[in-house]
Design a protein. Sequence first.
Length: 734
Amino acid sequence: MAAKKSETKKLLRSLEASGFYSDAEKDGCLYATLVRSPAPAGKIKSITAPDLPEDYNLYTSKDLPGAKSITANKGITKIFGYGNVSYTGEPVGIIFGPDEAMVHSLLDTVNITFDVENLESALHNVINNQEEASNMKEFIEQINEMPSLDTVIDKSHVEENTSVVVASREIKYGLYKRASLAQADTKLFEKADFTSTDTWKERLLTPKWQETEGAFAYTEGEKIHVFAPTRWTGFTQKSVAAALNIDEAAVYIHKTKSAGIYPSGLARTTQLAVQVAAAAWLSKKPVKLILSQYEQENFMVPGVITDITYRSALNKEGRLIALKINIDIDIGCSNPFAQEITDRIAIAAASYYKPENLYIHAQAHTSKNPPTSISMQIIESQAFFAIENEIQKLSNLSKIFPDELRLLNTESLKAFPFNIATGDIQGVIQRALKNSDFNRKYASFHMEAIDRAEKDSKPFFALPLRGIGVATAYIPSGYYGQTSFSNDAKLEVTLNTDEKLEIHAIKPSEVIQDIWKTTAAEIVQIPKQNIQINSDFPYDQIPEEPEDSYCSISIMNELVKKCCNDIQKKRFHQPLPLTAKRSAVMTSKTKWDREKFSGTPYYTTSFITTVVEVELDTYTYNEKIKGIWVTVDCGELFDEAAAMRTIKLEIQQELTMLVKGKTVPCDAINISFIQSNNRSGQVGGLIHNSLPAAFSSALSLALTTQLTEIPCTEDLLFKLIRDRTNEKIKGATE
């Protein structure tokens, strides 16, 4: 019996994140770097490094003993590039050795040869025919008839794959559903009192102080151990086993902590882990790879690149007559989650507003940029940045206060495609505005800005420019329209013979662990210290879904309650140990109609209003935030102090990403919560969904010109105010 238990224990894998991969050490560790393609396209003929010193190795796709690629959600990612290259910087090999500096210097000695057979053949023919050419003119003509150097890079491949639409979503409501686009546009925008057209861009930068992505691996007999900040352990385990052509039981994935604010990507993290595992397996030496900051910034962007264009129509009463939204999503050369990203950005593009007429066209396409991934926590952030800035712009045009304009457009309309339950919208908005004294400051700054723009054409002023902005947003939990993953949450709870309770699940944050333990202790009536969370799984029973695909405090806490209630009912009637299993299926046909793409798309949401007051120094163009006021309705609040810590931390992290290359200082932060009995929603991500739009709105007011992108730069601010000044001078002369 003891032998059987010992054997079972060997097959267990811990899914608890422990330490950082970069801290993992083994004697004789070799350091690796990736060999990357210098060209955006072309067919690789060979990759060689003939002058490698002893103990230094180069491995490419041809050295892999098993699968050459990994498949996620039907999307194929090459482990090392082979055949046609997809983008500049695509990893085509791995080079490693005992000295890290030497490894990087050896990159210059690697020869990547592209297929130039056509060019060589043509040149050979011209040389052979030189003697037959009657004169120099004929020889030159033959040279000119040779293929272009562009054919060295497989041009057909470039033309075919530069931009291919891989996902799309079209949503029509109101007149857009009954008439053609042109007819609807003509009718709706001609009768509008105010119209606006603008394109909004939010780009997320990774702060330089974070640990970059990478992995560490070593072999132990016929086993391999891989340390990586993966959030998709099961997929990583399968991918390593397939690439090395070994049994999954021999693969041990050690999940390490993710240093990033927002994870860089699921499949790309796995790709790195497989690349390092291959190097360790083939060399039988410990290997560590840490991406450079340049590689992190250029090849591991957390989300997709999105441009969102709004054409808006508003009447003088403040009702949105029409929203026409075009969403362009650049997924890079590939993204296995393109359809889900497209769908969720499309839903968020109108936020919780209900215009009388709505048209949304979202399209995701490939490009020669590096591959992108899905970042569960911030899928919708770019849409919120766009819609909130658009609403603020309409507020400026109509002179209707921002809070009034928002509340006027939340009224339910018949058969509106989306029903977003966002809690106490009015209470959240009004408390944030009251705490920040928003309306008084907004009126004052607005009048001062108009006066400054009309009377003074100089770009420099003695006093700092001031502005205040507000933005609202929600963050969803449990998406019913999930297409990439099944999104089903599972939980198992066991009460053992020693009256100790074990919750079998992937360990969440310490805050959520404490909530689970408190909930369980109250129901089962045992001391809190008798409750443990066990994150060990048999290697063949590791959850197939990424850990944050169903991220919701409410869903998982509900499962804890159900399991504990089941045990409590049986514990005095049946002998211990007792085990209860529960699951939550996130596919609700009654709430979400996938075919019509309408209904209630989320299990629950949390709602936020953020106010930001900024001050801009007119001599240095340095920004300073005078204050940030946040109000949140996240449903039933289990631990207010922990939620407040999460928001404060995210604010500090966000302040490093608003302006390129620096952290914007903030004088004061005020956070409050609206207590409600709604289902608990997540708090993480709310700040990123709202603070950038509030900041850009405040800065736009200070500059008296529209800021349409984040992060901004001092050069951009100078250009905006210079252009506004030039327009003012031009208008005066005309």
